[in-house]
Design a protein around this ligand. Structure first.
Ligand code: NAP
Length: 311
């Protein structure tokens, strides 16, 4: 017995349910609201999308849970408290969509589109010096499922690409760094810094004044991970002082972004409504169903979130 535990709209719930019920044929997949007390007792796997903690607690015999999202920061602590393994979504389609977004917005900054848009509004005819991609250094914070694909796609486009991760990595044609020394070494000649880290106690506020100070003057930032990784006050100060040239932000500490937020109006900030890579229901439901089928066959829970590391 499998429960779909979400706070999505009724329409979205029905859509996800229909996808799972079409693939998982040999057992029941039900919304929590459709389950009897007996069903809840029998349920050993939960599929989660922004669930209420109290809803997960209604399932006393869970063995593990699968998130429909790649970002699981809000689930790590509650699932850890319940002692339940949590598996996050890893989907090549999601990585591809994110890599496309990283490429698109890197090109936006690389080809000075933000500056030409401003010049047009001022009727200013000024040609900015062209920089070849191999001379543009793009660094990625986080070399996981999303960061590695983005690094590869940027490299294929001819950029000079580096990446930073928790553990040491080797990736073809990508300069890989780890640790604090590695971070400093990478940042010192970075033109565009792309954040694809998970939000954890270690990465909260990581992009703050100290980190920004390590970047060259005029660097640019793309945050497609989570808002809490950037210190907003330090970011505004760096943009206002000219230390940073521009920031493209898809994620914010508070979402949706409130109408009175200073982000909307800042001329050096591009605001996106958390769209860089959305879960693809068709591919995601197949991946989750396949992980569950494999567990039913082998009894092995798929590799999941490390509760200590927080991702
Ligand atoms: P992932 O596969 O878990 O990769 C995370 C990467 O970050 C790994 O390379 C990891 O290093 C590195 N890392 C974590 N903590 C670190 C630290 N303290 N210092 C240095 N490196 C650290 O995650 P993912 O699937 O690529 O997703 C990344 C994040 O993207 C998600 O957590 C989510 O918040 C965000 N996201 C955003 C959107 C959107 O639409 N905006 C969509 C999907 C996901 P190791 O490799 O050494 O472990």
């Amino acid at each position: 017995m499998i429960a779909l535990v979400t706070q999505l709209s009724d329409q979205d719930n029905q859509y996800w349910l229909s996808l799972f019920q079409a693939i998982i044929l040999d057992e029941k997949v039900l919304l929590l609201s459709q389950m009897s007390e007996q069903d809840k007792q029998k349920c050993d796997i939960a599929i989660l999308a922004n669930p209420r903690f109290s809803d997960i607690e209604q399932l006393p015999n869970l063995s593990w849970a699968h998130s429909l999202w790649a970002g699981v920061e809000s689930l790590v602590e509650p699932m850890g408290k319940l002692g339940l393994p949590l598996v996050k979504l890893t989907d090549p389609k999601l990585s591809l969509a994110m890599a496309e977004a990283v490429l698109a917005w890197s090109l936006y900054l690389h080809r000075d589109m933000h500056k030409y848009a401003k010049q047009q509004s001022q009727k200013s005819w000024h040609q900015i010096e062209y920089i070849e991609p191999q001379n543009r250094h793009i660094s990625i914070l986080g070399l996981g499922a999303l960061g590695q694909k983005a690094a590869k796609v940027l490299k294929e486009q001819g950029f000079n690409v580096s990446g930073w991760s928790y553990s040491k990595k080797r990736l073809e044609n990508i300069a890989c760094y780890h640790g604090q020394d590695g971070l400093q070494a990478m940042l010192k000649d970075t033109h565009i810094l792309v954040c694809l880290l998970p939000l954890t106690s270690d990465t909260q506020d990581l992009i703050n004044k100290d980190l920004i100070d390590l970047l060259p003057r005029g660097a640019q930032i793309i945050n497609f991970a989570r808002g809490g990784i950037v210190n907003d006050k330090d970011l505004f100060n760096a943009l206002d002082s000219g230390k940073l040239d521009h920031a493209v932000l898809d994620v914010f500490a508070q979402e949706p972004l409130p109408s009175n937020s200073a982000f909307w109006k800042h001329e050096k900030i591009t605001v996106l409504p958390h769209i860089s890579a959305q879960t693809n229901p068709t591919s995601a439901s197949k991946i989750v169903a396949s992980n569950i089928a494999n567990y039913r066959k082998t009894g092995l829970i798929p590799d999941g979130v490390n509760a200590k590391k927080g991702y």
